[in-house]
Write a protein that binds this ligand. Structure first.
Ligand code: GDP
Length: 297
């Protein structure tokens, strides 16, 4: 699981302060220094760490006294609240359009897990929300991508709309939505093309699809294992497309994970889901408070 290294370090730091009946300014200073190092080591963005530490310091020193907690526990509570806030605070839910179908555009670089996540999301919407989704194959550059989505559709017993590799992705998306309306499908999940790097052609194509179908969600799929690159990718997709949320994949992997913690702070966009494995039921709604608890123990 990601964040293991970070969790271990933070928990050590916390142990030192938990039992303290009195917390001096010096204690807070030492603790925040350790927290700062742990976050930097976990690859959390430098500026994000700096802001976070400043907030923790301010609150931990001047905090109100709560009788049920020792001063040490109160400092930890502050750290937990700040970490939760850093990851977006409240859980951010998937959109539901006033008029069906809700259209979700999945975007991201090749290999991030876009196609798999499209299938996982369709599965989750059906299982947990009783929805009736349709998948759409808009990656016309890689025939394998279409086949992959069709295979997922078969596994899930879910319809996949495709027009092969000769059609224009904008037309495919438009026709898919018409079809979804006819068939009373309430979610349309569009799997778009990815590239190895952010490039202008890709972005232009995504803008064209966005402008034509006016999606309710643009979810950026990013690979948590790619560290600071994930943050940069999120930044550039957001600048071009004004995404509505992020799906972090491969959080089950052995990654430092810290970059993932910076995405919300850097883009202002919430992490909505986390991919926890390759299987189709391994997508979870992202809960910032639960993740903070996991990290802090
Ligand atoms: P795309 O090119 O963005 O569409 O990426 P794919 O959906 O083809 O996924 C690339 C690889 O990542 C595949 O082998 C997936 O099984 C794998 N993958 C996707 N999500 C996860 C995840 O949450 N955890 C793990 N361990 N692997 C994942």
């Amino acid at each position: 699981m990601a964040f293991e290294g970070l969790a271990e370090r933070l928990q050590d730091t916390i142990k030192k302060i938990t039992g303290k009946g009195k917390v001096s300014e010096q204690d807070v200073k030492e603790m925040t220094r350790e927290v700062r190092l742990a976050l930097l080591e976990a690859d959390v963005n430098f500026k994000v760490v700096k802001d976070l530490i400043n907030r923790i310091k301010k609150r931990a020193v001047g905090q109100e006294v709560m009788e049920s907690l020792t001063p040490g526990q109160q400092v930890i509570k502050v750290v937990k609240e700040e970490l939760t806030e850093l990851m977006g605070g409240e859980q951010s839910k998937i959109a539901v359009a006033d008029r069906s179908p809700t259209v979700i555009m999945m975007v991201g670089l090749q290999g991030a897990g876009k196609t798999t996540t499209s299938g996982k999301l369709a599965n989750l919407l059906r299982k947990k929300h009783n929805r009736n989704p349709m998948l759409v194959a808009c990656d016309v550059y890689r025939p394998a991508a279409i086949t992959q989505l069709q295979t997922l559709g078969k596994q899930l017993d879910m319809p996949v709309f495709s027009m092969g590799t000769d059609a224009n992705p904008v037309d495919i998306a438009v026709k898919a939505i018409e079809k979804a309306k006819e068939q009373h499908r309430d979610y349309v999940i569009i799997d778009t093309a990815g590239r190895l790097h952010v490039d202008e052609n890709l972005m232009n194509e995504l803008i064209d699809i966005k402008d034509e179908v006016n999606p309710d969600e643009i979810l950026l799929v990013v690979d948590a294992m790619t560290g600071q690159d994930a943050v940069n990718v999120a930044k550039s997709f957001d600048e071009t497309l004004d995404i509505t949320g992020v799906v972090l994949t491969k959080l089950d992997g052995d990654t430092r994970g810290g970059a993932a913690l910076s995405i919300k702070a850097v883009t202002g966009k919430p992490i909505k889901f986390a991919g926890m494995g390759e299987k189709l039921d391994q997508l979870e709604p992202f809960h910032p408070d639960r993740m903070a608890s996991r990290i802090l123990g």
